[in-house]
Design a protein around this ligand. Structure first.
Ligand code: IPE
Ligand code: IPE
Ligand code: MG
Length: 254
């Protein structure tokens, strides 16, 4: 099956000429979308699209590592994706386990730290176990942090943060006057990371779909019609080059 996928995917080697290595986004977030449509166009089951999408993850993680990106957050399963047929949800969960099992050693060798955001307590226990294992194995690495967003929704994350803030206020650990934007950020799943500088969404959809709602306040947005399984390092590098042309003013003037 692997050879079919390789044959179907456009192999596109990247050239990172004229990329400004002193202005690489610290944190890149990607909404990995379009797997289903990629498969449908080839008369393949949707799950084959997800499988092809995993190949893209491999390539993009490698390229981000090489470029010195510090955080890569990949939207892999949203709080809304539970609405999909049970077979597809199961296939995605199995693919996650397969990916972690198959990839952790290589990622570890490449100094990648594996992490997640989202409420993983609702995932099958096998997924939770593999995530915890992968995080443990890679915890002392110092390279790219790969955040998998799993059962993640921006609104759910904010809700969970609010519940914990209220709890801490009630228990006297926190004073209402101490609640500011920084404190709220520290109660989110992304507490130990900077906000994304660049948000990429392939597949032609021009929406956020509940991803990192709080954190993308000042992210640069980059959209493309390419479906995720066809997304290559070349597209990533184009996104970074475009990002480098943007004038980030953060509400100020230059
Ligand atoms: C993204 O691809 C993967 C997940 C949401 C898990 P889709 O499965 O949403 O693909 P399309 O949007 O139907 O093409
Ligand atoms: C967003 O894609 C979620 C992930 C990529 C995991 P969807 O395909 O679920 O989003 P919508 O339904 O098009 O907004
Ligand atoms: Mg989709």
């Amino acid at each position: 099956m692997e050879w079919i996928l390789n044959k179907l995917r456009k192999k596109d080697e990247s050239d990172n000429i004229d990329i400004d290595m002193s202005n690489i986004p610290q944190h890149i977030a990607i909404i990995m979308d379009g797997n289903g449509r990629w498969a449908k166009r080839r008369n393949l089951p949707r799950t084959m699209g997800h499988r092809a999408g995993v190949e893209t993850i491999r390539e993009i993680v490698k390229t981000c590592s090489k470029l010195g990106v510090k955080y890569l957050t990949l939207y892999a399963f949203s709080t809304e994706n539970w609405k999909r047929p049970k077979e597809e949800v199961n296939a995605l969960m199995n693919l996650l386990v397969e990916y972690l099992r198959g990839e952790v050693d290589e990622l570890n060798k490449n100094n990648v730290i594996i992490n997640w955001i989202g409420d993983i307590s609702k995932l099958p226990s096998m997924c939770q176990a593999e995530l915890i294992r992968a995080k443990e194995i890679t915890k002392n690495n110092t390279g790219l942090m790969l955040n998998l967003a799993l059962n993640y929704g921006g609104r759910d994350e904010i809700k969970r943060g609010i519940v914990n803030i209220v709890k801490d206020v009630k228990e006297g650990k926190l004073n209402i006057n101490d609640i500011n934007e920084e404190l709220i950020s520290s109660y989110l799943d992304t507490s130990k990371m900077p906000d994304p500088d660049l948000l990429i969404r392939p597949s032609g959809e021009l929406r956020i779909s509940n991803f990192l709602l709080w954190q993308i306040a000042y992210a640069e947005l980059w959209f493309s019609d390419v479906l995720w399984p066809d997304f290559t390092s070349k597209h990533l590098i184009q996104a970074i080059k475009d990002y480098q042309m943007r004038d980030r003013r953060f509400g100020g003037i230059k």
